[in-house]
Ligand binder design. Structure first.
Ligand SMILES: Nc1nc2c(ncn2[C@@H]2O[C@H](COP(=O)(O)OP(=O)(O)OP(=O)(O)O)[C@@H](O)[C@H]2O)c(=O)[nH]1
Length: 358
C-alpha cells in the first residue's frame, strides 16, 4: 500500500494540494526576493516552476492522469532545484536546503521506488552544483550576505514546517491504522460481532476475574436450528443475511457492557456473561430464544417455518472454574442435549448436571 492511499484526501487531492503548496511557496519566495532585491534580480527559474505548477493545476482540474501530474510535479521540483541553485550562488544558494523534501514528496505522491530514484537524482544535482561551483562555473551571487542568511532561515523554517507536517501526518495515520487492525482482528467479518479468537481471549480474562473475585460466570452457546435446510431452501447469500440478522438481534438484546457476544463458527454464537448465575443466564437464553422465534424469519420448503435457536447454558463459580475448555465443553454438551431433545429450547448445565426448559 503506498502512502497516498492512507491520506484522507485521496491521491488526486494530495497531488493537487502538494502542487498548490509547492507553487505558492515558490511564488511567495520569488515575491520576497523581488521586494527585497528589486526587479533587476528576477528569479527566472522560479517563474518556470510557477508556470509549470499552474499548468499542472489546470491539468489536474481537467481530470488529467494523476500519475502524470505527480511526475510533472517531481520533475519540476528537480529542475527548480538544479536551475535555482545554479543561478543563485551554487553551494551557497538557499534553495539547496529544499533538496531533502523532494524524495519525501515522491514517497507521498508516487512510491518508495520512485523516491529512491529521485534521491539519486537529487544527489547528482547537488554533486553537479558542487563541482561547477568548485571549478568557478557558477554565476557570482551578488546577494547581500545578510539577505542570504535571512533567505536561508526562511527556507529552513519552511522545510521544518513541511517535514513536521509529513511526519506528524504519518504517525497519526499509522496510529489509526493500528487501532483499526486490532479491531478488525477481533471482529467476525460477516456479522460484526467478536470472532472466535476474541471470544476465547475474552473468556480467559473473565475466568481469571471470576476466580479472583469469587463470582459466577456463565456461558451461552446458541446454534441456529436446521441451518443447512435454510441455506438449501433460501440460498447461501440469504443464509449470510440471516446470520447477520441473528447476530444483530443477540447484540441488540444486550445485555450489560461487561457481556460479550461472538460468533464461534458457522451458525453458532456465544455469549459470555460475567457475574451471572445459572438462573439469570437461563432467563437471558430463554429471552433470546423467544426473540428469534418471534422474528418469524421464514425458511423451509414452503417458506413458513420460523428460524429457531437451540441454546446451551453453563455456569461456574469462582475457583471451581478450571478453564475455557471446561466451560465451552459444558455449554456445547448442553446445546447438543437441546438438539437431541427436539431443538428450539434452552438446556442449562451446572457442574455436570443439566436442566431442560420447555
Ligand atoms: N450462509 C452461511 N451458511 C453457513 C455459514 N457457516 C456455516 N454455514 C452453514 O450452516 C450449516 C450448518 O449445518 P449443520 O451443521 O448440518 O447444522 P443444521 O443444519 O443447522 O442442523 P442442526 O444444527 O442440527 O439443527 C451448513 O450448511 C453450513 O454450510 C456462513 O457463514 N454462511
Amino acid at each position: 500500500m503506498s502512502a497516498f492511499t492512507l491520506m484522507p484526501l485521496g491521491r488526486r487531492g494530495l497531488v493537487q494540494a502538494t502542487n498548490l503548496v509547492v507553487t505558492s511557496l515558490v511564488a511567495s519566495l520569488a515575491i520576497i526576493k523581488i521586494v527585497i532585491l528589486g526587479l533587476n534580480s528576477l528569479p527566472i527559474p522560479a517563474f518556470f516552476v510557477i508556470v509549470a505548477g499552474v499548468i499542472n493545476a489546470i491539468y489536474i482540474r481537467r481530470n488529467g492522469s494523476i500519475d502524470v501530474a505527480a511526475k510533472i510535479l517531481i520533475i519540476t521540483a528537480l529542475f527548480g532545484l538544479a536551475f535555482s541553485s545554479f543561478y543563485t550562488g551554487g553551494v551557497d544558494a538557499s534553495v539547496v536546503l529544499f533538496a531533502p523534501i523532494i524524495p519525501i514528496m515522491t514517497v507521498l505522491l508516487i512510491n518508495t521506488r520512485a523516491a529512491w530514484i529521485t534521491f539519486g537524482l537529487v544527489c547528482l544535482i547537488l554533486i553537479g552544483i558542487f563541482i561547477l561551483d568548485f571549478n568557478g562555473h557558477i554565476p557570482e551571487n551578488t546577494v547581500d550576505p545578510d539577505l542570504l542568511l535571512m533567505s536561508r532561515y526562511i527556507v529552513l523554517i519552511c522545510l521544518c514546517l513541511i517535514s513536521t507536517w509529513v511526519v506528524s501526518r504519518f504517525s497519526s495515520i499509522s496510529r489509526t491504522l493500528l487501532v483499526q487492525l486490532e479491531q478488525q482482528s477481533n471482529i467476525d467479518y460477516l456479522t460484526g460481532v467478536l470472532n472466535r479468537r476474541a471470544i476465547e481471549t475474552e473468556l480467559l480474562q473473565e475466568i481469571d476475574r471470576a476466580k479472583r473475585s469469587n463470582t459466577w460466570l456463565s456461558l451461552i452457546m446458541a446454534d441456529v436450528d436446521f441451518f443447512k435446510l435454510y441455506n438449501d431452501s433460501n440460498g447461501h447469500l440469504a443464509g449470510d443475511t440471516c446470520l447477520k440478522e441473528i447476530a444483530k438481534l443477540i447484540s441488540d438484546y444486550s445485555l450489560r457492557a461487561a457481556d460479550s457476544v461472538g460468533r464461534f463458527g458457522g451458525e453458532e454464537f456465544v455469549l459470555i456473561l460475567p457475574d451471572t448465575n445459572m438462573d439469570k443466564a437461563t432467563e437471558i437464553a430463554e429471552n433470546l430464544r423467544k426473540i428469534i422465534l418471534n422474528q418469524h424469519i421464514p425458511y423451509g420448503p414452503n417458506n413458513t417455518d420460523p428460524v429457531t435457536l437451540t441454546l446451551g447454558v453453563t455456569s461456574a463459580y469462582g475457583q471451581t472454574i478450571s478453564g475455557t475448555e471446561q466451560l465451552i465443553r459444558e455449554a456445547d454438551a448442553a446445546l447438543y442435549k437441546g438438539k437431541h431433545q427436539g431443538r428450539n429450547r434452552v438446556v442449562s448445565s451446572i457442574s455436570g448436571s443439566s436442566v431442560a426448559q420447555n
